[in-house]
Design a protein around this ligand. Structure first.
Ligand SMILES: [Zn+2]
Ligand SMILES: [Zn+2]
Length: 313
C-alpha cells in the first residue's frame, strides 16, 4: 500500500483533526482489492483541539471505538448525516462505549423535520432484525432532533453549523470551525441542476477541507440519476467555485477497487492538485498543508530579509 501522496499529517495540541474510520458507501466490502482505501461504511472522527465529535455510525465505528478504548469522554456526541443503513448499522458495535454504564451517547439527527433518531433506531435494532433493542445496552442513549440548517450549540459551548442536502429522505451537511480552520462534511448528496447550488457554495466557502460524496464518476452518473449521490467532478466544481482549499472524495462506490480508485485519483489530481480520495484510518490535520506552506514562506521571507541585511551591512 502506498499512501505517500496522501496528506496525512501529525497533529499538535489545539489542531482541527479529521480521521476517516469508514469511507465506503452503501455496503461494506472486503478483500485484497480494497486494502488501500478500505471497506467500512461511513464513520468520521472530528477532533476540535481535543473536543471529539463522531459523524455517522457505519461499520467503521467499530474501529473508532477500538482505537479509543480508554480516552473517550463520558458523553459522546454522535452526529448523523441521516439514518440509512450504511450510516447506522455499526451503532451496537461501538464498543466498549455501548457496554459502559457510565457512558452517555448523544445522537443528533437533522433530516427528519426535527424528530430524533430514537424511534427509527428502535425499529431497526429490535427482533427479529436485531436480537435486542438499544435500551438493553448498559450505556445511556439520548436522542436529539434538530432541523438541518440550524446551528447546533452544545453544553460546553461548542458550535457546529448544518445544512440540508439533497438525498432520499434528506441528509445533513456539517461545518466545523476551530483554531481558524474550517472543515465541511458534505455527504450523502446528489448534485442539483444547475450546479453548484448557491446555498451550499456559501456554506462551504473558504473551507480548508471539504469531504464530498463522489460515489460516481460523471461517466457512471447517468444510469444512477436519482439515487442520491454525486460525482467527484461535481465536487471539484463546487470546491473551485467556493474557494475550498482541499477536497476529499468520500462515500466510495463498493465496486471501485483500489486500482480503479487510484486511476480516478490521478484524474482528480489533474483537475485539483490538493484533492484526494479518502482512505480508511487516514488522519488529516485540517489546514496543515497551508500552515506548512505559510511557514516555508515565512522562512523564505526571513532568509531574504537576512540576505538583504547582510548586503546592506
Ligand atoms: Zn450512504
Ligand atoms: Zn443515504
Amino acid at each position: 500500500m502506498s499512501n505517500s501522496s496522501v496528506p496525512s499529517t501529525s497533529a499538535a495540541d489545539g489542531d482541527l483533526v479529521l480521521r476517516f474510520w469508514g469511507v465506503r458507501g452503501s455496503t461494506p466490502v472486503s478483500g485484497p482489492q480494497y486494502a488501500e482505501f478500505g471497506g467500512s461504511t461511513p464513520c468520521i472522527e472530528v477532533d476540535c483541539g481535543g473536543r471529539i465529535f463522531v459523524v455517522d455510525a457505519g461499520t467503521g465505528i467499530y474501529n473508532f471505538g477500538q482505537n479509543h478504548r480508554t480516552d473517550l469522554p463520558r458523553e459522546i456526541d454522535l452526529l448523523f448525516s441521516h439514518l440509512h443503513l450504511d450510516h447506522t448499522a455499526g451503532l451496537p458495535f461501538f464498543k466498549p462505549a455501548v457496554l459502559d454504564g457510565e457512558r452517555t451517547i448523544n445522537t443528533w439527527c437533522g433530516n427528519l423535520g426535527g424528530a430524533s433518531a430514537g424511534p427509527t433506531l428502535d425499529r431497526l435494532f429490535a427482533p427479529p432484525l436485531f436480537p435486542v433493542t438499544l435500551d438493553a445496552f448498559p450505556c445511556t442513549f439520548r436522542h436529539h432532533g434538530f432541523e438541518a440548517g440550524q446551528t447546533l450549540v452544545f453544553g460546553d459551548g461548542a458550535r457546529v453549523d448544518t445544512i440540508p442536502l439533497n438525498h432520499p429522505q434528506g441528509s445533513v451537511g456539517y461545518r466545523f470551525e476551530h483554531g481558524g480552520r474550517r472543515l465541511c462534511l458534505i455527504s450523502d448528496i446528489e448534485h442539483s441542476d444547475p450546479w453548484p447550488d448557491p446555498d451550499l457554495a456559501r456554506f462551504v466557502a473558504d473551507s480548508d477541507l471539504m469531504v464530498y460524496d463522489g460515489m460516481f464518476t460523471d461517466g457512471e452518473y447517468p444510469t444512477c440519476r436519482g439515487w442520491g449521490h454525486s460525482t467527484w467532478q461535481k465536487g471539484v466544481e463546487l470546491a473551485k467555485l467556493a474557494g475550498v482549499k482541499a477536497l476529499a472524495i468520500f462515500h466510495l462506490h463498493p465496486a471501485h477497487s483500489d486500482a480503479v480508485l487510484r486511476d480516478i485519483e490521478a484524474d482528480l489530481r489533474a483537475e485539483m492538485p490538493t484533492a484526494f480520495i479518502a482512505r480508511e484510518r487516514q488522519s488529516i490535520v485540517v489546514g496543515a498543508r497551508r500552515r506548512a506552506m505559510r511557514r516555508a514562506g515565512l522562512r523564505q521571507a526571513a532568509a531574504g530579509e537576512m540576505r538583504r541585511r547582510i548586503r546592506v551591512a
